[in-house]
Design a protein around this ligand. Structure first.
Ligand code: E4P
Length: 215
């Protein structure tokens, strides 16, 4: 399973890239807003630093506007994936952008039938937001399992990006159910490296090593 980092913070991205486990980046307007920087500068920095797919989100809500923005974003780099909201207008734009060879990520997806439509329109990726569903008493990961079944049943090539990930159990369940990608905050990726038993195990080895005679 691929791991994407979900942020527009170039410092976090650069740090995480050094860990050697990051396959791509997803951003959204909220992440860009938190940087306090112009979007053009943020996008230039991210596209310059990352080789894998970088999702950059369109803001327009009508298909012609999304297509125009999508083309401009795609021109920023070969690895740019145009993020488009899951609406009628959004999916019309996805169909058009896909026919031009522009990669798309259909975002704010909350139902399996929305995901089916995204695949039918040729989306490269679909992003179900599991954590936000959990907040409303649903089981977000159940949506991912349903999308996996639908895509496998019909051979859709659209990749599933599990998004709005809140903890490592989301990551685990994503991998177990065959999601293609999980995108998450820097902190969650960092936590995945950590386990208290690993720390204790290392300390025990180091303590015992001190007792080994030098000669
Ligand atoms: C994914 O592409 C989104 O940027 C992200 O996961 C949004 O989720 P959140 O704002 O609920 O964390």
């Amino acid at each position: 399973m691929k791991i994407f980092i979900d942020t527009a913070d170039i410092k976090q991205i650069e740090e995480a890239l050094q860990w050697g486990v990051i396959d791509g980046v997803t951003t959204n307007p909220s992440h860009v807003s938190k940087t306090g920087r112009p979007a053009a500068d943020v996008y230039r920095d991210i596209c310059g630093a990352v080789k894998g797919p970088v999702s950059l989100e369109t803001i327009a809500l009508d298909a012609p506007g999304i297509i125009k923005e999508g083309r401009a974003l795609a021109a920023l780099g070969e690895n740019v994936v145009v993020k488009v909201v899951n609406t009628v207008e959004g999916l019309k734009a996805v169909r058009a952008l896909s026919s031009e060879g522009i990669k798309t990520n259909v975002t704010v997806t909350f139902s399996p039938t929305q995901a089916l439509l995204a695949a039918k329109c040729g989306a490269t990726y679909v992003s179900p937001f599991v954590g936000r569903l959990d907040m409303f008493g649903h089981v977000g990961m159940e949506l991912v399992r349903q999308i996996r079944t639908i895509y496998t049943n019909y051979g859709y090539k659209t990749e599933i990006i599990v998004a709005a990930v809140r903890h490592q159990t989301h990551v685990l369940e994503s991998a177990l159910c065959g999601a293609d990608v999980c995108t998450m905050a820097c902190d969650i990726i960092r936590q995945m490296f950590e386990h208290p038993l690993t720390e204790i195990g290392i300390q025990n080895f180091l303590n015992d090593w001190k007792k080994v005679p030098l000669k």
